[in-house]
Design a protein around this ligand. Sequence first.
Ligand SMILES: Cc1cc2nc3c(=O)[nH]c(=O)nc-3n(C[C@H](O)[C@H](O)[C@H](O)COP(=O)(O)OP(=O)(O)OC[C@H]3O[C@@H](n4cnc5c(N)ncnc54)[C@H](O)[C@@H]3O)c2cc1C
Length: 499
Amino acid sequence: MYDVIIAGAGPVGLFLGCELALANCKVLILEKADRPGSILKKLPFGMRGLTAPSIEALNYRGLLQEMKIPLQVKNPFAGNTPIQQRPGGHFAGIQFHLNQVDTSQWKYRLPITTDFNLMSEMEELESTFTRKALSLGVTILRGTPITSFEQTTDEVIILANNETFTAKWLVGCDGSRSVVRKIGGFEFAGTEPEFTGYTVKVAFEDPSILKMGRVLTPTGMYFQHQPGYLGIQDYDGGAFHNAGTPITREHIQAVLRRISNTNVTITNVEVATTWTDRARQATQYRKGRVLLAGDAAHIHSPLGGQGLNLGLGDAMNVGWKLAATIHGTAPAGLLDTYELERHPTGQQILDWSRAQVSIMRPTAAAHALNAILRDIMNTRDGATYFAGRIWGLQTHYQLNGDHPLTGYSVPNFNFEDGTLMSAHMEAGKGILLNFAANTSLQKFAQQFEHQVKYLTIPANDQLGLHTLLIRPDGIVAFACDEMPIIEALEQATLQWFTA
Ligand SMILES: Cc1cc2nc3c(=O)[nH]c(=O)nc-3n(C[C@H](O)[C@H](O)[C@H](O)COP(=O)(O)OP(=O)(O)OC[C@H]3O[C@@H](n4cnc5c(N)ncnc54)[C@H](O)[C@@H]3O)c2cc1C
């Protein structure tokens, strides 16, 4: 019997597989598709922006270093390109610029050591995760779609490709149309779409007719990132996508002519797919022995590129908690904190995408709002606010404890022995970091040594901190600027680990 069966070898299922296997769980991934890869996963369609929490997660597990990132928006505070020329990101297509961003807001960020924003390719992410998962002993069966399952008090029995598989736990990472979510009876609440989005690769009779870049028009939006490679938003209430009608050359041409207000002629369609801004979220992330993560748990428009980041965050959050539950080392209620922490994070992203959709509407009111927002984003406070949200720097969990770093990700300390904090996270254990090399803390740490590594190395910049308890997902569970009261530290530790 497997400890965990994961439905779906997309980025979230694969990354979760790595997390669980790292924590010594026996993992099987069942994937519907016969083979990985598709043109939509390759650049330019497969371009995926990674935000700070994802970059940190991949860095903690040594995965970032394995990727040959094709397009890299370097750390804004390093490198040679003049900062004025660098766009930092966008909200509803409106750019903010790096020179406007006030980084002093993020007192506990050590920007020199970790990037805030990187471009990756979906296919490369999946192949990197697959290599890692296989090296950790995960079994991946492709061409094996899950068609049904039932759970008892001790196990989940799964039917896939007419074969039966059994596991203690099932995690649905099977994307937006998740079979696990549907069969599991999870409520998927939210809002209906306002538009049909198109991703197309086409050839034009006269390529000079359409502008390059993102063009907001009185009837919608098109975005041409390379000649012939387009994203289109047609505010039809999602009707075309929902109807499931085949996407013909004539249809795309008619939509594009209307939205661009030109007589553009398409001579050939190589790739065409549709999507919407439907925004829905599972009201529960767990029912008994069945959990959801990634697009299976939440969907929204890809505007601003947050879905993958949200899913990787789910996997990073639930992996170590589920593993500790399986090994019997989890304190009571640990697994419940997955939904408590990740549901509000998902809700924020859904609202972020809804807000973008609403100010891109082809209405006079939306265009007026858009112009106001453009002005705000061109101010220091505006750019800083949007950077914080878009780069994921505001992501944090409401944990017990009054230190301002509690619930945020640990700074990537540059230790005096030449190592970085992230290198110490590769084993996927918790860390008790004590800059003062205090013997009573070392003694305290011994009770938790099977789950928590004790670290006492001075760092180049300790940010005024004395002691930190860091969860396996890199989140600071306890922080203190001076010698902590042992009882308080113990109370915090027992929330996440057992002695
Ligand atoms: C045009 C576009 C641009 C985007 N840009 C960004 C971006 O820049 N940044 C970002 O963060 N996000 C972006 N996203 C969103 C991101 O791609 C998704 O959120 C992400 O792929 C979700 O990963 P996942 O593993 O949860 O699901 P998926 O990638 O959908 O993977 C699910 C897997 O489950 C498999 N499966 C399905 N049913 C079954 C079954 N019954 N049994 C077994 N396996 C099954 C599927 O074959 C698939 O391999 C974009 C999305 C689109 C459409």
